[in-house]
Ligand binder design. Structure first.
Ligand code: 4AD
Length: 468
C-alpha cells in the first residue's frame, strides 16, 4: 500500500503512534494505536464523548469517540492530548476512520476561555493576524502553511529536475542590486563614537539582500543554470497589501540564452508545474481558500493552467491604457512606470489571465538590463509577469553581457568602481544570459485568492510591525 505508513512502534507491546492524516487514511481497522494533537472540539453527550483532534498533518481532524467517564476538567478546546485506543471504520460517510478511545491523557491544558481563537468561530484574517504565535492552530493558517511547504518542495524539484544547481546566495551583501534605495543597512555599531572604520562591522557598508541576482550571475558563469530561493528584504515604507519588508524570492539565472522568450518559458513552466502540484497534493487545503476566503475562485486555476500566457510589449501596453474608456489616477504615458491601476486594467483587458509585459524604457530599469538599441523609444530586454488580483508577480530580463555597454552605463551612474567584480564577469568568458525573480508570497496570494500578503507568510514583517 504505497504511501501508507504504519506509524512508529519501537516494541511490540507499545501502541502504534499514528499521525492524524495516517489514521484518517488507514485502509483497515487497527487494534492498539496512539494519536497526539490539539483538541479542536469537545462535545459531551449523556452516553458518549466526542473529540476532534488535529496535529497539523491534515485539514481534517480525527474524530475520537470515548466513554464520558474519560472526560476531565482539563480536556478543553486547545488542550494538547494523547489518546490511545482502537482505530475503527467510521459510521459517518464523510470520514473513513475514527478512534475509539481507551485512555485520554491531557499533556498540556489550555484555558479555553482565555484562548483568543474560539472553537466554533471563523475569525476574520485581520483578527487572527494579531496572534502570530497562535494563528497556526487555526484552519486557514494551517492550510496555508501546508500549501507553502508543498509549493516550496515543488519549486526545488522543478529546478533540480531541469538541471539547475541550487545556490545559497548570501543574505548579507555589500551591493544594491536593484539600485532602488530600499536597503536595510546592518553591521553599524550602535555608538558611532570611535573611528569611522570601527562603526562598520564589515569595514564596508553592508545590507540585507534585496535580490540574489548578481550572485546568481556569478554562478551562472560556471554552472550554466542556477537558482536560489530565500529570504529577501526591502525597506519599503509601504502598508500596501502586496508589500512586505521580508519576503521569499525564487530566482533563476540561465547562461547561453539570447531571447526573452526562453526566460518567459521558464517562468510559465515553473508557475504551471508548481500550481498543478499544489492542486493535486493539497486539494482540501486549496478548497478551503477558494470556498471561504476567495469565493467564486473554484475552477479558475484549472482553466488558467490550460491557457498560454499573453505577451505584450510595454509600448503596446501604454497604447491599450491610453485607449481605455476608464480614467486613471496616473495618466498613462510612454516612459512612466506602470501603476497598480494600469496593471489591473491590462490583466482585465487580456482576459484575466497572466500577462507578460516586455521591453521597458531604458531609463526605468536597473543598470544590468540588456540594451535593445532600438531608436528613439529606447528600451531594455526586461519582462514583468502580471497576474489577476495581485499585479506584478515576476520581474526578469536579459542581462547586459557586452563589456563596453555595461562599462559605459556604470560609469554614467558613477558605479564603475563598485562593480569592478561584475565587470570582470564580462571580461572572462562572458555569455548572453538572463533570469528572473518571482515573489513567493505574491504567488501564494494569487493562487489562493488572498487579499493581503500578510496572510500568506507565517511571521509578516512590514513597516511599523515586527511582532515576535
Ligand atoms: O522585480 P524585482 O524587484 O526583481 C528583482 O529583484 C530581480 N533582481 C530578480 C531577478 O531578476 N533575479 O522583484 C521580483 C519579484 C517581484 O515581481 C515581486 O513579486 C516580488 O519580487 N517583490 C515583493 N514581494 C513582496 N514584498 C515586496 N516588498 C516585494 N518586492 C518585490
Amino acid at each position: 500500500r504505497a504511501g501508507w505508513c504504519w506509524g512508529l512502534r519501537r516494541c511490540a507491546s507499545l501502541p502504534r503512534a499514528l499521525r492524524v492524516r495516517e489514521a484518517l487514511q488507514a485502509p483497515e481497522p487497527l487494534e492498539r494505536v496512539k494519536v497526539q494533537g490539539w483538541v479542536r472540539s469537545v462535545r459531551s453527550q449523556k452516553e458518549v464523548l466526542f473529540l476532534h483532534l488535529n496535529d497539523g498533518s491534515s485539514l481534517e481532524s480525527l474524530q475520537i469517540v470515548a466513554d464520558p467517564s474519560l472526560e476531565s476538567r482539563d480536556l478543553t478546546f486547545g488542550s494538547a492530548v494523547e489518546v490511545q485506543g482502537k482505530l475503527v471504520k467510521s459510521p459517518h460517510k464523510k470520514q473513513n476512520m475514527e478512534l475509539k478511545a481507551e485512555t485520554i491523557h491531557v499533556v498540556g491544558p489550555c484555558n479555553a476561555l482565555l484562548f483568543p481563537l474560539k472553537m466554533k468561530e471563523r475569525h476574520p484574517l485581520e483578527y487572527v493576524r494579531q496572534f502570530p504565535h497562535l494563528r497556526c492552530r487555526n484552519n486557514t493558517l494551517g492550510s496555508l502553511l501546508r500549501i507553502r511547504s508543498e509549493a516550496t518542495a515543488s519549486i526545488h524539484s522543478f529546478f533540480q529536475d531541469n538541471g539547475y544547481v541550487h545556490i545559497h546566495t548570501p543574505i548579507i551583501t555589500s551591493n544594491d542590486c536593484e539600485g532602488a534605495g530600499e536597503l536595510f543597512q546592518i553591521g553599524v555599531a550602535n555608538e558611532a563614537k570611535e573611528s569611522a572604520e570601527k562603526t562598520h562591522f564589515f569595514n564596508v557598508p553592508a545590507f540585507l539582500t534585496v535580490s540574489g541576482q548578481l550572485h546568481l550571475e556569478v554562478m551562472a558563469g560556471a554552472f550554466t543554470r542556477v537558482f536560489t530561493f530565500g529570504p529577501t528584504f526591502r525597506a519599503e515604507n509601504s502598508q500596501s497589501r502586496r508589500h512586505l519588508a521580508e519576503f521569499y524570492m525564487v530566482e533563476a539565472e540561465l547562461s547561453f540564452t539570447e531571447s526573452l522568450q526562453d526566460i518567459m518559458q521558464v517562468m510559465e513552466d515553473l508557475f504551471k508545474t508548481v500550481t498543478s502540484t499544489v492542486l493535486s497534493k493539497c486539494p482540501h487545503d486549496v478548497e478551503l481558500f477558494h470556498k471561504y476566503i476567495a469565493s467564486g475562485q473554484k475552477g479558475r486555476l484549472e482553466q488558467m493552467l490550460k491557457k498560454r500566457f499573453v505577451i505584450i510589449s510595454y509600448s503596446e501596453a501604454v497604447e491599450i491604457l491610453k485607449q481605455a474608456s476608464q480614467g486613471f489616477t496616473f495618466k498613462p504615458e510612454w516612459g512612466c512606470d506602470l501603476q497598480r491601476e494600469h496593471e489591473k486594467y491590462l490583466v482585465k483587458h487580456c482576459g484575466e489571465i497572466p500577462v507578460f509585459v516586455i521591453n521597458y524604457p531604458y531609463d526605468l530599469k536597473p543598470f544590468y538590463m540588456r540594451d535593445n538599441e532600438d531608436g528613439p523609444q529606447h528600451t531594455v530586454a526586461a519582462v514583468d509577469l502580471l497576474v489577476p488580483g495581485v499585479g506584478e508577480l515576476c520581474g526578469g530580463s536579459l542581462r547586459e553581457e557586452r563589456l563596453p555597454f555595461l562599462e559605459s552605463r556604470l560609469q554614467r551612474l558613477g558605479l564603475a568602481d563598485t562593480y569592478q567584480w561584475y565587470l570582470d564577469l564580462r571580461k572572462f568568458g562572458s555569455v548572453p544570459h538572463g533570469g528572473f525573480g518571482m515573489g513567493f508570497e505574491r504567488y501564494l496570494q494569487y493562487i489562493l485568492g488572498v487579499d493581503n500578503i500578510k496572510d500568506v507568510i507565517p511571521f509578516p514583517r512590514f513597516s511599523h510591525s515586527c511582532l515576535l
